[in-house]
Design a protein around this ligand. Structure first.
Ligand code: PLP
Length: 473
């Protein structure tokens, strides 16, 4: 392909993208593809001779599109959103055109310096401590792994990096029973051993009980184990429960434990001053992650990871082979701030998004999402055959269908599974589930940039209609 043909296709694809996003509601939200149906249409080996773009694009529409779940539909209420926006999309196009690999400052000073500036913007917007430093990681999982590794190195006086675990004490990691699975995964990768994650019980709002954390730490100390890291969740995955940060932070300080805060989804809400009470005690933490790629209109991947002491982070990861040595001094070489060497230029999309929306524009959208969350919660509460199963601090509503004459827990689980399956098969909306206190729970999150009250009302009417149909069978 030459520049002329590229120009033609990029214009055509820009039109396609705008049409797609305008018409995204016309697709079934969750892909209706059967397992293996996409793979079976792809030849086992690449073509020997190049093919025309017309044929490739036709196959994109014919083979790929039916296998797409439409995350950018305002009727996508599943998991947590993976927000995008037009400004973010434009920046991603430019990033692709530049093709920068920003592993060190010299490989693109703009990538490194814009990243530093954007992390400072986000830090200020989210009300994080002004002295902290930020870096973009691919995912919250990767940021949490970075936190675990830094905590491990600090606790072992950087000895495990040098000599491995031999002769080291058994290190312990604490998180609530509602914490995200990425913590257990990080613990496995960091070599702590999965058995050394201590799951701390939660209260009736699914938030960590600080007194249980302290009791677990004391029991470990008495048993000769070494408390190393605690992870507080601000916004758990199942129900957006908020762990009590100050109480946890005070305990961590008392016992010299690294405190990492996983606010992967809910962290975006802290751009709203009225949501900052959950951040009370943040100055006691060592690290904090949230994902603008979930709820801040910025394409995946973009996790904002903030640390009190970038020196500890760099000391954990730095490595300096001859071929990466440069003369630049006093600059950030972000290859030393995380796991991968190679890095995409991800700050550009944050720059486009924050400038295009403005702080007030982003805040207005998030406030509307919070309003919609409370509205749905009120509708659920008012319905005699539905039941809310968790508090709604933000815009995720956890609930179930509970016909008044049905009291058998297994039957209620089965009814809700059936309801969810029929809704998702129909494809007009997409919801997912979790279990809270062992109960099969429907989750509905209103975080799409353009979701409106009409979308939520339609979804709620559909949920009621389908449950009535199932009941009538
Ligand atoms: N932490 C929490 C609380 C989450 O909800 C999620 C994902 O939903 C993650 C971590 C993992 O996020 P990522 O996909 O960025 O690794």
């Amino acid at each position: 392909m030459d520049a002329t043909e590229f120009r033609h296709w990029s214009h055509r694809l820009a039109d396609w993208m705008a049409d797609y996003l305008e018409q995204v509601e016309s697709y079934p939200v969750r892909s209706q593809a059967a397992p293996g149906s996409i793979f079976s249409q792809v030849p086992p080996a690449p073509p020997a001779a190049g093919e025309p773009m017309e044929a490739i694009f036709a196959d994109f529409e014919r083979i790929v599109m039916p296998g797409i779940t439409h995350w950018q539909s305002p009727n996508f209420f599943a998991y947590f959103p993976a927000n995008t926006s037009y400004p973010s999309l434009l920046a991603e196009m430019l990033t692709a055109a530049l093709g920068v690999q920003g592993m060190i400052w010299e490989t693109s000073p703009a990538a490194a310096e814009l990243e530093e500036a954007m992390m400072n913007w986000l830090r200020g917007l989210a009300g994080l401590p002004a002295a902290w430093s930020g870096v973009i990681q691919s995912t919250a999982s990767e940021a949490t792994l970075a936190a675990l590794l830094t905590a491990r190195e600090q606790a072992s006086e950087y000895g495990i990096n040098e000599s491995g675990f031999a002769g080291q004490p058994v290190f312990r990691v604490y998180a609530s029973g509602q914490a995200h699975s990425s913590i257990e995964k990080g613990v496995k990768i960091a070599g702590f051993g999965r058995r050394n994650v201590v799951k701390i019980p939660v209260d009736e709002a699914f938030a960590m009980r600080p007194e249980a954390l302290e009791a677990a730490i004391q029991a470990d100390l008495a048993a000769g184990l070494r408390p190393c890291c605690a992870i507080a969740a601000l916004g758990t995955t199942s129900s957006t429960a908020m762990d009590p940060l100050r109480a946890i932070g005070e305990i961590c300080r008392r016992y010299g434990i690294w405190l990492h805060v996983d606010a992967a989804y809910a962290g975006s809400a802290f751009i709203l001053p009225e949501c900052r009470s959950w951040l009370d005690g943040i100055e006691l933490a060592d690290s904090f992650v949230f994902n603008p790629h979930k709820w801040l209109f910025t394409h995946f991947d973009c996790s904002a990871y903030f640390v009190r002491d970038p020196g500890a982070l760099v000391r954990t990861f730095e490595i300096l082979p001859e071929y990466l040595k440069t003369a630049a001094a006093g600059v950030n070489n972000y290859r030393d701030w995380g796991i991968p060497l190679g890095r995409r230029f991800r700050a550009l999309k944050l720059w486009f998004v924050m400038r295009s929306f403005g702080a007030e524009g982003m805040q207005a959208r998030l406030r509307e999402h919070l309003r919609l969350g409370q509205l749905l919660a009120a509708w659920v509460d008012a319905h005699p055959d539905f039941e809310r199963l968790a508090p709604v601090p933000l815009n995720l509503v956890c609930f179930r269908w509970h016909p008044q004459d049905q009291h058998d827990p297994a039957a209620l689980d089965a009814l809700n599974e059936q309801l969810l399956s029929s809704l998702n098969l129909e494809g007009r909306i997409y919801l997912t589930h979790t279990r809270l206190n062992g109960v099969y729970t429907l989750r509905m999150v209103m975080g799409h940039p353009d979701v409106t009250e009409a979308h939520v009302r339609q979804a709620w009417e559909l949920i009621q209609a389908r449950s009535a149909q199932i009941a009538a069978r």
